[in-house]
Design a protein around this ligand. Structure first.
Ligand code: AMP
Ligand code: GLY
Length: 433
C-alpha cells in the first residue's frame, strides 16, 4: 500500500451513494471523492473533499473516460443497473480498479432464474420454485397444482416491482398474465419464476466479498411497503435500521455458513467470481432462514444506518476487496449503538409525484444530536435544495437503544418541510415485538 492519497469515483446519485461518499470522504487516505451524478447532499459536504460530476450513472463510456482522465484509483458502483450493464468490466478493461461485481456475477441480482438455479445447485435454503419461458406453460403449471399461496416474479430487473405476492391460484394466473403477456415490466418478464409463498419476518444481511473471503456486516431490516404497519404498495424502501434483534449472533454465523459462503463458492466454481456487496434478502420462517433474493450491491436505505455505525476505514475495505486481499484486513469495528434511517418521500410516491419543491429546515435537522441527513432525490437550484425524486431524504440517527435512535431520527425529520413531504412513522418498531 502506497502513501499517495486516493481519488475515488462513486457512481450513483441516491441516499446510498451519499452515505458511501460521506464515509469514504472521511478516510485519512482520501484525496478526492467524485460522485456521478450525486445529489444536493454530496454537493454540500463542505467539510469533506467531495464533488459532483455531471455524468449519468447509466453513461458507461463517459464514466470510463472520466475515470481515465482523472486517474481514478478506485471506482465504487452504487446501483444495480450499471452493474448489470457491465460497468465493472468496462472500467477494469480500461485499467481502473473497481468495487462492484462483473456483469456475469451481477446476474445474481439481474436474473431471478439464474439466482434460483444457483441457490438450488449450492444447496442454499430458498422457497421451492419452478421457472418458465412462456406464459402457457406457467399457466398450465398453476392450473394443475393445488390452489395455494404463491409468488410470481419477473426474471429481470424491475426496480423492486416485478414481484407479485398472491394468496391463491386465480391471483397467480393473473400475475403471470401481467408479467408474461402484458409485459408490465417489459423484457424483465421474458422469463418467470413461480415459487411457494413464505411466511415470516424479513432481514437484510449484507456481506463484502472479494470472491474468496467474506466479511459479514451487522444485520439490518428494511421497510418496503409504503405505509405504517407494512400496508400499501411496495417501494424501494421507506426506512431501515441496524442491528436488528430478529437476527441473533448465532443466526448470523449460521447464515454465513449455510447461505453466504456456499453462494460465494458456487459463483467461483461457475467462473463468475463475485467482488463487491453480496446482499441476501432473507425470510426468517419457522422452518429456518430462507433466501428471497440476492442483490449485488449495498441496499438503499440499509446502507445509511450501516455507514453511520461503521468505525473502520471504508476505503481500506473497498480497496482490499478490489485487490482480492480481504483476508488480510483486520476485523471491522462497528459502533455498538443502533442506527435508524427514516426515508422522507414526495407526495404520491411510489406512484407519480411532482418535483421541484424547495426543502426547508435542513440546517435545523443537522443540528439534532447524532443525526445525519442523507440526500437521495435532491438537487441544488439557485443555491436552494429542491426535490427531484420519489425518495428524497434518508434521515438517520444513532441512539443508545433502537427506541432512542428512532426518537432522534424523527426529531430531525420534524425539522424538515416541503410541500407534500411524508414518511412512515413506525420505522424500527418491528424490533420491539
Ligand atoms: P424480492 O425482490 O424477490 O426480494 O421480492 C420483493 C418482496 O416480495 C420481498 O421483500 C418479500 O416481501 C416478497 N417476497 C418475495 N418472495 C417471496 C416469497 N417466496 N414468499 C413471500 N414473500 C415473498
Ligand atoms: N432496500 C432494498 C434494496 O436496496 O433493494
Amino acid at each position: 500500500m502506497g502513501h499517495r492519497k486516493m481519488k475515488v469515483l462513486v457512481v450513483g446519485g441516491g441516499g446510498r451513494e451519499h452515505a458511501l461518499a460521506w464515509k469514504i470522504g472521511q478516510s485519512p487516505r482520501i484525496d478526492r471523492v467524485f460522485v456521478a451524478p450525486g445529489n444536493a447532499g454530496t454537493a454540500s459536504e463542505s467539510n469533506l473533499p467531495i464533488e459532483n460530476v455531471q455524468i449519468a450513472d447509466s453513461d458507461i463510456p463517459k464514466l470510463v473516460e472520466f475515470a481515465k482522465k482523472n486517474a481514478i484509483d478506485l471506482a465504487v458502483i452504487g446501483p444495480e443497473a450499471p452493474l448489470a450493464a457491465g460497468i465493472s468490466d468496462a472500467l477494469v478493461t480500461a485499467g481502473i480498479r473497481v468495487f462492484g461485481p462483473s456483469k456475469q456475477a451481477a446476474e445474481l441480482e439481474a436474473s431471478k432464474v439464474f439466482c434460483k438455479n444457483l441457490l438450488r445447485h449450492a444447496d442454499v435454503p430458498t422457497a421451492d420454485f419452478r421457472t418458465f419461458r412462456d406464459v402457457e406453460s406457467a399457466r398450465a403449471f398453476l392450473v394443475d397444482r393445488e390452489d395455494s399461496a404463491m409468488v410470481v416474479k419477473a426474471d429481470g430487473l424491475a426496480g423492486g416491482k416485478g414481484v407479485i405476492v398472491c394468496t391463491n391460484r386465480e391471483e397467480a394466473i393473473e400475475a403471470v398474465e401481467r408479467i408474461g403477456a402484458s409485459k408490465e415490466f417489459g423484457e424483465a418478464g421474458n422469463q418467470l419464476v413461480i415459487e411457494e409463498r413464505l411466511v415470516g419476518q424479513e432481514a437484510s444481511i449484507l456481506a463484502i466479498t472479494d470472491g474468496r473471503s467474506l466479511v459479514t456486516m451487522p444485520a439490518a431490516q428494511d421497510h418496503k411497503p409504503a405505509h405504517d404497519g407494512d400496508k400499501g404498495p411496495n417501494t424501494g424502501g421507506m426506512g431501515a435500521y441496524s442491528p436488528t434483534p430478529l437476527v441473533t449472533e448465532d443466526m448470523l454465523r449460521s447464515i454465513e455458513a449455510k447461505v453466504l459462503v456456499p453462494t460465494v463458492h458456487q459463483l467461483k466454481r461457475m467462473r463468475r467470481p463475485f467482488k463487491g456487496v453480496l446482499y441476501a434478502g432473507l425470510m426468517i420462517t419457522k422452518q429456518g432462514v430462507k433466501v428471497l433474493e440476492y442483490n449485488a450491491r449495498f441496499g438503499d436505505p440499509e446502507c445509511q444506518p450501516l455507514m453511520m455505525r461503521l468505525q473502520s476505514d471504508l476505503l481500506d475495505l473497498l480497496e482490499a476487496t478490489a485487490d482480492e486481499r480481504l483476508e488480510e484486513l483486520p476485523d471491522l469495528l462497528w459502533d455498538p449503538r443502533p442506527a435508524v434511517c427514516v426515508v422522507m418521500a414526495s407526495e404520491g410516491y411510489p406512484g407519480s409525484y411532482t418535483t421541484g419543491h424547495a426543502i426547508r429546515g435542513l440546517a435545523e435537522a443537522a443540528a439534532v444530536a447524532e443525526a445525519k441527513v442523507f440526500h437521495a432525490g435532491t438537487a441544488l437550484r439557485d443555491g436552494q435544495v429542491i426535490t427531484t425524486g420519489g425518495r428524497v431524504l434518508g434521515v438517520t440517527a444513532l441512539g443508545s437503544s433502537i427506541a432512542n435512535a428512532k426518537l432522534q431520527a424523527y426529531t430531525a425529520v420534524k425539522c424538515i418541510r416541503w410541500e407534500g413531504a411524508w414518511c412512515r412513522t413506525d420505522i424500527s418498531d418491528k424490533a420491539q415485538h
